[in-house]
Design a protein around this ligand. Sequence first.
Ligand SMILES: Cc1cc2nc3c(=O)[nH]c(=O)nc-3n(C[C@H](O)[C@H](O)[C@H](O)COP(=O)(O)OP(=O)(O)OC[C@H]3O[C@@H](n4cnc5c(N)ncnc54)[C@H](O)[C@@H]3O)c2cc1C
Length: 419
Amino acid sequence: MKKATIIGSGISGLSIANMLSGRFAVKVLERSDKTGGLIKCERINGNLFHRVGGHVFNSKNQLVLDWFWKHFNRDNEFLQAKRNAKILLAGKLIGYPLENYLYQLPEEQLRPIIDELLTLIATGKKEAGSYGNFKDFLVGNFGVNLYNLYFGPYNSKIWNTDISKVPLEWLDGKLPMPQIREVIVSNIIKREESSMVHAAFYYPKRDGSQFIIDKLAEQQDISLSYHVSDIKFQNGQLALNNGDIVTDVLVYCGDVRQLASIINIDDDTLNEALKNVSDLLSNGTSNVLCETDDNDLSWLYLPEDKFKAHRIIYTGNFSGTNNEGSKRKTCVVEFSGKQEKPTMIEELALLPGNLSPLAFNYEPDSYIIQQNGTRDKIARLKELLVTYNIYLLGRFGEWEYYNMDKCIEAAMELNEKLS
Ligand SMILES: Cc1cc2nc3c(=O)[nH]c(=O)nc-3n(C[C@H](O)[C@H](O)[C@H](O)COP(=O)(O)OP(=O)(O)OC[C@H]3O[C@@H](n4cnc5c(N)ncnc54)[C@H](O)[C@@H]3O)c2cc1C
């Protein structure tokens, strides 16, 4: 059997490892001392801490769902929930997504928004693809008033970047593309939005996304605390870490920017392509596990500049087993970028729910940022790496704004290629 080595034990690495097993002798290498990558969780005095975000699962791709439910027992191992997300605006909870709940806004705010939406209908909205960047797309779709109230501040906060420099293709297929007439009708008949991927979701009964990882890891040969820092191509095979591991196929799920310093292959064209992706931009997140007063929310969005945090994820509402160390429920407060502990503690006092912090985590790379040309650079690099049997996979490997289901979908595509 040929050997396939996977770098990274996040959802991408463990998905492809499971798909290739049986056809390849698969080995997974993970630099951390624990599997999971971004979806890793830990227990803090019994309470479950999603160290990044608060991962829920769903997919619009039936093939992904079929694959997933072949590995998990939906009824025994997972809970199913409907999203109950809200947006905190001027101290009031407004429904999410905002465009479906405009009727909950005060009249003086609502009138100019409706005027603008009607003008957009009268003048004819541009095709989504004809906008040059994310900001123009949002203003063009929703008008300046809604942009200033919510879309601009929230997205600028979460991406921590100038969204007028973000090309629209980045978000292709990941954003709802609302029809303004439908927005108005939805507001009149008060119809809830149900087409977004996480409008309903699945969540493990125990241990959150770590449960998903642990189960996918069960049958795999994984070396933890193994940092791949050198990749060479010798006699038609790949040699890792000075020949410590030799493999026929290599799937890299780490950060593509680091490959320039890991790959040691004498190929000028390849090295140029590696250099071209070594300065891509990303954003990190700081997360605080907190105790909170009871509520029935899944997510609370915080677009206003007065809050440094941008979202609260009520992980304690996803499964009761997440709160085993506390008399209250738990939640994760998410901040963009690196925040100092005292700043976050100060901020918690401003947020609803009488929050008390239990644990902190900073993840330097959680959001990839695409710019014009990023996709072309990655596509070119992939083309060159394939000639050495190296494949890129995953959020930071392919530099795509993937959720877990998209990582699985990408793994399925790679699996096809390798069959
Ligand atoms: C705040 C936030 C909330 C999110 N919420 C959701 C959600 O609710 N639902 C959802 O579906 N998705 C969600 N996502 C997206 C999801 O987290 C990612 O799609 C997914 O975790 C990416 O997995 P990955 O395997 O591609 O990468 P990673 O999880 O980053 O895994 C890469 C692994 O490779 C290892 N590695 C890197 N370099 C090396 C090396 N040189 N040697 C050895 N090992 C190496 C790393 O240690 C890491 O374990 C969220 C993301 C964020 C940031």
